[in-house]
Design a protein. Structure first.
Length: 475
């Protein structure tokens, strides 16, 4: 298939881009999704492909009927396509499917058989999913970031020396979900291997926007493990993947036990299956795996360089426009000339306005979906906000007391391959109205959640999607 110019036709490849939503003044507006760093919509090829696959959906791995064999074939093909997408080698790497990146990282943390005294080296910029799983099984050391949120590679080297001989794993994000910074994964991996450590790249945020190459194990800069989530890659059907070294997964026992994980069981013995079966207990999410494979096929056909170029144009245009909005404070690298060196993830604050309020007004009055808060990266956001320990502890105490009304945070926009310059301009116009205090609604804050809602108005979700009403049946 020939793909259109990214600045125009890529939008046609994504489901739901022309949906209109109700807003506060009673009108409807075409929805703008600038929350792609959280989840992306589905590619039409994924949606339509799953519709076709559901006619053949069946049990996998031991069925003898045609549908079961086809479903098994599709599931294993999805595994091969995932390996290929990240540059893994089938002879040395295994792809284990699960729910998402969070589950994949937790699985790896438990499967590495870390011992007392072992150290996992991660960073202050990590999503909680690349930090908290390791805190349960090892000592975790955090590499510092600078005031703009960039990785301090000098501190990385220092911590490797400080914990020499004890660092079992280095776990670092390929791209920040807060600032869009890209980390030099292969350079860091080479340093980790020289220190005797394995290397995990959290590619949940990176993989939808840039090519990932695990490389051959003989390459000193190879990546030992990669984790990713399909819901960030235009395939929101509930799957993710842990791709890593087969020799590591061959050792040890599975962290979750049950059907599909064994070769043979007696009343007093268990012989575990090999990878990946050993680590995929129970009936797998076949539909999710097929959806991921369909998305990877489409992303490969479009070309990751084309996606990167288009999103860099959006980012540069947004950064230039945000400079002109009074009261906006940008976090991270705000130079439009370096937009190609980062992802299209832009966090900002607006003087005198809660990030919760800004997000609420953009959604309720302009039909623009953004995110606000700390984006599951609390230490990183507090560092970017310049909060000291005393301020952080005071905020923590208020939150634990059930009051999030002054919860620190930012508003974040993030781009996908289908977003347009026109959408960026509409966002900039809306934000300028918010900055000038020209919005229509009167908003009340819920202290327990911190969120704002307009007085006297709420969208009718049942009208848009009648989930609780009986579905109309054909014929």
């Amino acid at each position: 298939m020939d793909y259109p110019n990214p600045t125009r036709g890529l939008r046609d490849l994504v489901a739901g881009t022309e949906i209109e939503v109700p807003v506060l003044d009673g009108s409807r507006r075409r929805y703008i999704n600038f929350a792609n760093a959280a989840s992306t919509p589905a590619l039409k090829a994924v949606r339509d492909g799953i519709d076709r696959f559901l006619d053949y959906y069946s049990s996998v791995h031991r069925g003898t009927g045609f549908k079961s064999q086809l479903a098994t074939w599709a599931y294993e093909q999805a595994r091969h396509q995932t390996l290929a997408f990240v540059g893994a080698r089938p002879e040395t790497h295994t792809c284990i499917f699960g729910k998402n990146t969070t589950e994949a990282t937790n699985k790896l943390a438990r499967r590495l058989a870390l011992r007392d005294g072992d150290v996992v080296l991660t960073t202050e910029m990590e999503h909680h999913s690349d930090d908290l799983p390791f805190r349960a099984v090892a000592q975790v050391a955090h590499v510092a970031v600078d005031a703009q949120g960039r990785l301090d590679e000098v501190d990385f080297d220092r911590l490797l020396r400080q914990h020499q001989g004890k660092v079992r794993l280095v776990a670092i994000t390929g791209a920040s979900n807060v600032t869009g910074y890209l980390n030099p994964l292969h350079r860091l991996a080479e340093k980790a291997h020289a220190a005797g450590a394995l290397f995990l790249a959290d590619c949940a945020q990176l993989a939808p926007h840039r090519a990932v190459d695990m490389r051959d194990l003989a390459d000193p800069a190879h990546l030992d493990f990669v984790v990713l989530s399909a819901h960030k890659m235009y395939a929101p059907y509930g799957t993710g993947a842990l791709i890593g070294r087969t020799d590591i997964f061959e050792a040890g026992e599975p962290d979750v036990r049950g059907g599909g994980t064994v070769e043979v069981v007696t009343l007093d013995s268990v012989a575990w299956a090999g990878p990946p079966d050993k680590d995929e207990a129970g009936s797998p999410n076949v539909v999710g795996a097929v959806a991921l494979a369909l998305a990877l096929r489409e992303l490969g056909a479009i070309g990751m360089p084309a996606i990167a170029r288009h999103e860099a144009e959006l980012t540069a245009h947004a950064l230039r426009g945000l400079r002109r909005v009074p009261g906006v404070r940008l976090f991270g690298d705000a130079d439009p000339e370096r937009a190609a060196e980062r992802l299209g993830v832009i966090p900002f604050g607006l003087d005198g306005a809660s990030h919760f309020l800004v997000a609420a007004i953009l959604g309720h009055e302009f039909g623009i979906g953004v995110r606000s808060g700390c984006f599951c990266a609390h230490p990183y956001v507090l560092r970017l906000l310049g909060m000291d320990r005393a301020q952080s502890e005071a905020s923590r105490a208020r939150i634990l007391a059930g009051d999030r009304s002054e919860m620190p945070g930012m508003t974040r926009i993030s781009f996908g391959l289908y977003n347009t310059i026109e959408e960026v301009d509409r966002f900039l116009e809306a934000l300028s109205v918010v900055a000038a205090g020209g919005y229509r609604g009167r908003y009340q804050q819920d202290p327990a959640s911190g969120e704002y809602r307009p007085d006297g108005w709420a969208p009718d979700f049942e009208a848009a999607f009648p989930l609780s009403s009986p579905a109309a049946r054909p014929g």
